[in-house]
Design a protein around this ligand. Structure first.
Ligand SMILES: NC(=O)c1ccc[n+]([C@@H]2O[C@H](COP(=O)([O-])OP(=O)(O)OC[C@H]3O[C@@H](n4cnc5c(N)ncnc54)[C@H](OP(=O)(O)O)[C@@H]3O)[C@@H](O)[C@H]2O)c1
Length: 271
């Protein structure tokens, strides 16, 4: 792993109160990077902040913020003004499974905003500063399903494909400026997000779920070495099949069958 402190003294992690984001925060702290934890649940952020600052002797700040609120990125910028922020992990994400027309449009627009527009805003806001000073790193959390259109997760998969494309392009644009960009595309990972997913029961789908700590570790190990990483051997095989072995129409049909079988009665927006 690179010396993560070389990017700057602080890292911002969105969606740090749970799952993969929580593990990013822990591992950045273990690497002696001060961390700014962002999510809506202040109590959970403060509990984590106490735990990791005690354990690693770093400074840990919390910003309780709904990233879907108007002006959220401006507010976050103000909260970190004056800090030497070197790493931004755009991790917060939500999704709804089910037939698109049965889901509430407002929920699907929230998915598009939190999973795609917020990473864009973070990239623009903090990337500008990174490029100006020729130092920094951006980690964007996509998903292994970004490799194919996915029926019954149509909007979420499209948003994650956007994030993958954005990050790979920015990796190229910013390389000359000494700024590292990495997209991490986890497969099914054992988090609260997976357990509480609306409209789908992942336990019926079989296959091992990854440890979120392993996802964060793989991403941090890959930062500065590549543009895109997919944690886990079987997730890489599935990605190669979707990209190179199967015609896109076959991949769509395959995903359609798999996801349809896992849909639950609350598919269709009963969040
Ligand atoms: N788990 C998987 O199988 C999997 C697979 C592929 C990709 N991913 C991606 O990995 C990322 C993390 O997923 P996860 O499974 O770790 O999810 P998770 O356990 O549900 O955590 C999501 C985090 O996002 C925060 N969040 C949600 N809405 C927010 C909002 N409006 N404003 C600010 N923060 C918000 C949540 O905190 P609060 O509720 O406190 O706000 C929480 O900290 C997501 O982008 C997800 O799409 C996950």
């Amino acid at each position: 792993m690179k010396d993560l402190r070389a990017y700057g003294a602080y890292a911002i992690v969105t969606g740090a109160s749970s799952g993969i984001g929580r593990q990013f925060a822990r591992q950045l702290a273990a690497a002696r990077v001060n961390v700014v934890l962002v999510a809506r649940h202040k109590d959970r952020l403060e509990e984590l902040a106490t735990e990791i600052s005690d354990e690693h002797g770093i400074e840990c700040r919390t910003v309780a913020l709904d990233l879907l609120a108007n002006g959220a990125i401006d507010q976050l910028s103000q909260e970190v003004a004056g800090l030497d922020v070197g790493i931004v992990v755009a991790n917060a994400g939500i999704y709804y499974a089910g037939p698109l027309v049965d889901n509430d449009l407002a929920d699907e627009l929230d998915v598009l905003a939190l999973d795609a527009a917020v990473p864009l805003q973070l990239a623009h806001r903090f990337g500008r500063e990174f490029v100006r000073r020729q130092r920094g790193a951006l980690i964007l959390v996509s998903s292994s399903i970004a490799a194919s259109p996915v029926p019954y997760e149509a909007n979420y998969a499209a948003a994650k494909a956007y994030v993958l494309s954005l990050g790979q392009a920015l990796n190229y644009e910013w390389k000359k400026d000494g700024v590292d960009v990495l997209v991490v595309s986890p497969g099914p990972t054992q988090t609260e997000g997976l357990d509480n997913a609306v409209g789908i029961d992942f336990s019926t789908m079989g296959g091992a779920k990854m440890d979120p700590a392993q996802v964060a570790r793989t991403a941090l190990d890959s930062l500065g070495k590549r543009a895109h990483v997919i944690p886990g051997f079987s997730n890489n095989l599935a990605d190669m099949a979707a990209k190179y072995l199967l015609p896109r129409s076959t991949s769509v049909r395959m995903y359609g069958r798999i996801i349809k079988q896992a849909l639950t009665d609350d598919a269709g927006g009963a969040a």
